[in-house]
Design a protein around this ligand. Structure first.
Ligand SMILES: [Mn+2]
Length: 288
């Protein structure tokens, strides 16, 4: 089963089973439900099946932005962040040990991070204003406990944004506090150390990623590839040689490009070429 560190900031996946990985959802309920459907189909046959979201479950485009939506941000979609949170909380009860999400910078904005202004002047307040006090409290409780990293024994380590080596090891990750960043700007976050970088970075140089991979390895199982989302890459997947993979499952791309990962946790993925299109790298909407 999946182990968590004492403060729950690190997930450790077992060396067996199937792991589905989805990038930023940003309130796109249609894509969210599709990846859940794929996971559940596998789970029905084998309980050692897992689903990991890489953060940014919430915050989507305003209806008014439809006219001026930039082509490079893919399909416009209705922002169903409230329903996605309701669904996630329900699924988390049903599949407590099998469904997980990492913290994204947009999620962080509700529990101590800077409020974000990607779709609205302040979409943090915009979302909170749509929620009942009970649901808002449940969402904050959820976000406050989301992990920052997920480590496998298969050679892969997952984070929301591109990695940071500003840590000594996984114990440091477990000690991270989320609160106190409300008044920070993005540049300050990027310069504030591990938390700001792992939530906001779009790029990390290969030697630093190697350092991060070594520092986050556990139990003799060396990490080889850092997997993240956060950024938008045209083809839905970007191999950043030699040691990073960026995956877009929903936000920022068109249906035909949306990709998710389906991984065999008993395998070793030593290099990017070990992640094969059609096997580990899959299209969310194959008929699009
Ligand atoms: Mn993000």
């Amino acid at each position: 089963m999946v182990e968590t560190s004492p403060n729950e900031r690190v997930l450790l996946f077992p060396a067996t089973g199937t792991l589905y990985v989805a990038g930023d959802i940003h309130g796109n309920r249609r894509d969210f439900l599709e990846i859940v459907r794929l996971f559940r189909r596998t789970y029905a046959r084998n309980k050692m099946s897992f689903l990991l979201f890489l953060g940014d479950l919430v915050h989507g485009p305003s209806d008014a932005s439809k006219q001026s939506w930039p082509r490079e941000l893919g399909e416009h979609f209705p922002d169903e962040s409230v329903a996605v949170i309701r669904d996630y909380l329900r699924l988390k009860k049903r599949f407590a040990g099998n469904i997980f999400s990492l913290l994204g910078n947009h999620d962080h904005s509700h529990v101590g991070g800077p409020h974000t202004g990607k779709f609205y002047e302040d979409e943090t307040l915009h979302l909170e204003a749509q929620m009942s006090p009970k649901l808002l409290a449940q969402m904050k409780e959820l976000f406050a406990r989301l992990p920052l990293l997920a480590v496998t024994r298969a050679g892969l380590v997952f984070s929301h944004a591109s990695p940071s080596a500003a840590l000594d090891g996984l114990d440091d990750v477990d000690q991270v506090e989320l609160e106190g960043y409300e008044s920070c700007g993005v540049q300050q976050m990027l310069q504030s150390g591990f938390l700001g970088q792992i939530l906001w970075r779009r790029y990390a140089p290969a030697p630093e990623v190697d350092e991060y991979l070594a520092k986050t390895s556990r139990g003799g199982f060396a990490n080889r590839i850092a997997v993240y989302s956060h950024d938008v890459v045209d083809e839905g997947i970007a191999r950043i040689e030699p040691n990073q993979l960026c995956v877009c499952t929903s936000f920022g791309v068109y249906d035909a490009q949306k990709r998710y990962l389906k991984l065999d946790l008993s395998r070793r993925y030593e290099r990017l070429d070990d992640l094969v299109e059609g096997r580990e790298i899959r299209r969310l909407w194959p008929d699009a």
